[in-house]
Design a protein around this ligand. Sequence first.
Ligand code: GAP
Length: 439
Amino acid sequence: MVEEKTTVDMETLVSLCKRRGFIFQSSEIYGGVGGSWDYGPFGVELKRNIKNVWWRDIVQRRDDIVGLDAGILMHPRVWEASGHVESFTDPLVDCKNCKKRFRADHVEEGVCPECGGELTEPRLFNLMLKTFLGPVEDDASLTYLRPETAQGMFVNFGNVLEASRRKLPFGIAQIGKAFRNEITPRNFTFRTREFEQMEIEYFVKPGTDEEWHQRWVEERFEWYAKYGIGREFLRLREHEGDELAHYSKATHDIEYLFPFGWAELEGISNRTDFDLRQHALSSGREMTYFDEESGTHIVPYIIEPSGGVDRAALAFLVDAYREEKVRKRKRVVLSFHPELAPVKVAVLPLLRNRPELVALAKEIAADLRLHVMTMYDDTASIGRLYRRQDEIGTPFCVTVDVESLEDTAVTIRERDSMEQTRVPIPEVKDNLLARLGTV
Ligand code: GAP
């Protein structure tokens, strides 16, 4: 039945995301704003599911990692100590003719890509977004919107250690917004000015750092594969010396083959003892761990797996996209892993003008809704309703037909195979939960 399979280009994906309510341009009615996107009804579910499975795998199912939710606004000295005020910069060039500004590493041969004009020498531009705390906008009230969630975990190292009584190795995990004044936000939600990170700071004994680094690289690679991303579209890339961030001894990126090429999904860095030492120096507070084995205070090394929620969502969307021909008609399907699918089950009455059918379908939906994200829809013919659910990646549709009133059974249709099975109504919930893997 399935005759053809294709992958997606960005234009098609962006259009699907808007049409079906995954992602909208921010402030669209005002012409949009660069580098910020809004997640619609299904996008927000996809993102929540990604964050939930990450949190479950990293915090709930492990004994060695605890969670944190630190503030976006921090003391400005955090960003001096962390090196961001001095080093979190991109080299920029200006066109002397059209006055446009570009990242020096995004232009070739000193020529303006827009008008061919002459470019200035590169100047460093800090990527942190500034803001002011309190009513007076002066240097004393200046701070930044955090460009990474990591620092909240470093400055709370002592608090978490004391409160949770952990022994090395242990980690702190956090999910939250980060902001960067990217010069050239691009590729839809790939590079934006406001985004969400899922970060782990894993504290280890110095000397064991390289081994832990390797373990985390492998673990995080497997995580993306576990939730459905084809291994052939994932690869590891080690940073060259001159590419390393100011805090990093070694970084491996997990890259995904997006329609615009291989690009970073997540970076796993060996941050050494850089951050704890810097904060100890700057705050005057001890940032050490008492090692009972050696009877000494040590400064742990930090391994940091740092991923972007938005980039993960984009990769899962791209990877899930299928275009098929079914009986000579195009079928678009998002074959999400069931854990990530925004809606798990759709309940559809075959005929919307039969009150008994509608009532039964609504009753089944109300019961399922107690357990999983469920949608009821009777606004089109059954064929169109199936297509809609395929396009948002709903793993199962439950169809209530005239027969259902007689045999108290319904049809369950599976998204990818389109296989249909007749299931007695009292068994529908358990049947679906088992197939969704949630029991
Ligand atoms: N704490 C380390 C850190 O922030 P990073 O490589 O700069 O490292 C980590 O960022 C992850 O955050 C990236 O792998 C990416 O997924 C996401 N990220 C970074 N900048 C982003 C941007 N401008 N837009 C969307 N996601 C971004």
